[in-house]
Design a protein around this ligand. Structure first.
Ligand code: FMN
Ligand code: SF4
Length: 437
């Protein structure tokens, strides 16, 4: 349906796309062959990645080639090294990696093999969200197929490159998607994030050099190696290159996962891709990149969806998971539900986060029920300022503070109206998807 060139989801449309046979019929493992048989050196591969401008798709948008180059020099450090693939996908609104895991598992495996070759990693661990049963089974079956075909394990494609791929199932904790929490969990411990530094490239899994990358990030790698950095840079914007998978949810006519180039306006994504706000209603607000990114008012709908532009609009690109809310939505209620999530998911190590998420949730709940005071509105900002930025071990605290600040900034009138009326001014209209007790 897209007027823009696509590549990531093309294969997913083909019947039995998850099998090795179909993957190979559609150009699969040619990029790996190019790397191993040309051969390209690990440094060559990292150079192509750097040149492509690929940025991580896990939320922070960190340049991938640069991250890979942080792995220590093998001549000076002979510890085993690993890749951890983050398939925990728990950020509310985000559902893109699921499609890739389920429909294109060999694309992920090929990307993993190239990444391990480039970083001289001997093994990769794929950490899959526990609820993703079919995606897990598809990736596990694809690894078995690839191993039987000599693509995973010892002497890949008959060369002296060897690489193992192992899988791990998460158990429902959002915090295990945070890279150091993920590594703790992989090591069999509670998913408590570790303070940084030391960073994973120096001290990762079992104290060894490790790189953590998101599924979609890794899935881009074979395409870049096959088609070149220039091709990749021809899509998107100067600083946000390539396409991204945009998960669209909320009050729209056509929710779903779409492959889009960076730089399209949020308006064109809403109107042309998602079919507009549902039921002919008006837009009230939207999260541009998952619940951890600041909520933006309808007036920001012309923002371009790339890292710099969304930041300029006062939010973050995040995971590109856009959640649209129509005019009947109580944003205070959205904030209450969102903060309830962060309170529940806080691992409790840092007092700012453990206490702050609880207080923010309680205050939003109080205001939404018409029991709040005007002081409560200011208290939200004061508390959120004490929680972030960078005041805690990991960014979950920031993820709770950022939407809080944005709600106070853009929807202060609505918060105050709750206080003045002593009830929700929107009571009786529609409630957010997923609203609970
Ligand atoms: C609380 C929290 C949860 C996260 N959850 C995920 C997740 O589910 N998937 C993911 O890829 N990254 C997640 N991240 C980001 C990771 O820590 C890490 O930055 C990312 O996996 C790096 O991959 P990339 O460079 O390819 O983007 C989370 C971060 C935080 C703070
Ligand atoms: S910020 Fe929150 S989730 Fe992260 S380590 Fe601290 S308490 Fe745990």
């Amino acid at each position: 349906m897209s007027a823009h060139p696509t590549y990531m989801l093309d294969r997913c449309e083909v019947a039995d796309s998850h099998t090795l046979k179909v993957y190979r019929e559609n150009g699969g493992y040619e990029a790996l062959e190019k790397v191993l048989k040309t051969p390209l050196s690990p440094e060559d591969v990292i150079a192509v990645l750097k040149d492509s401008g690929l940025r991580g798709r896990g939320g922070a948008g960190f340049p991938t080639g640069l991250k890979w180059s942080f792995m220590p020099d093998v001549a000076k450090d002979d510890r085993p090294r690993y890749l951890a693939v983050n398939a925990d996908e728990s950020e509310p609104g985000t559902c893109k990696d699921r499609v890739l895991l389920r429909e294109d598992p060999h694309g992920l495996i090929e990307g993993i093999l190239i990444a391990c070759y480039a970083m001289r990693a001997e093994a990769a661990y794929v950490y899959v969200r526990g609820e993703y049963r079919l995606p897990y089974e598809r990736v596990a079956a694809a690894i078995d197929e690839a191993r039987a075909a000599g693509l995973v394990g010892e002497n890949v494609m008959g060369t002296d490159f060897s690489c193992q791929i192992w899988m791990h199932k998460g158990a429902g904790a959002y915090i295990c998607g945070e890279e150091t929490g993920l590594m703790e969990s992989l090591e069999g411990k509670r998913g408590h994030p570790r303070p940084k530094p030391p960073f994973p490239a120096g001290y990762g899994l079992w104290g060894n050099p490790t790189t953590v990358n998101n599924v979609e990030t890794i899935q881009n790698v074979p395409f870049i190696v096959s088609r070149g950095a220039e091709w990749f840079r021809s899509m998107g914007t100067e600083k946000s290159t390539g396409n991204f998978l945009c998960g669209i949810s909320g009050h729209v006519e056509r929710p779903g996962v779409y492959e889009l180039p960076f730089g399209l306006s949020a308006r064109s994504i809403l109107e042309e891709v998602a079919g507009g706000v549902w039921k002919g209603r008006e837009l009230k607000a939207f999260f541009p990149g998952g619940s951890s990114t600041g909520v933006l008012p309808a007036g920001s709908i012309d923002v371009a969806m790339d890292h710099d532009s969304v930041k300029g609009a006062g939010s973050m690109f995040g995971t590109g998971a856009m959640i649209f809310m129509d005019e009947t939505t109580c944003v205070t209620r959205i904030a209450e539900v969102t903060l309830r999530f962060y309170e529940h998911e806080s691992c409790g190590q840092c007092s700012q986060c453990r206490e702050g998420t609880q207080w923010l949730h309680q205050i939003f709940r109080r205001i939404e029920r018409g029991q709040g005071t005007m002081d409560d509105v200011d208290m939200l900002s004061t508390l959120a300022s004490g929680m972030a930025p960078g005041k805690t071990i990991c960014a979950l605290s920031d993820a709770a503070a950022i939407p809080t600040h944005s709600v106070v900034k853009h929807f202060r009138d609505e918060l105050e109206e709750h206080v003045r009326l002593g009830r929700c001014p929107l009571a009786g209209t529609s409630q957010p998807v997923g609203a609970g007790a």
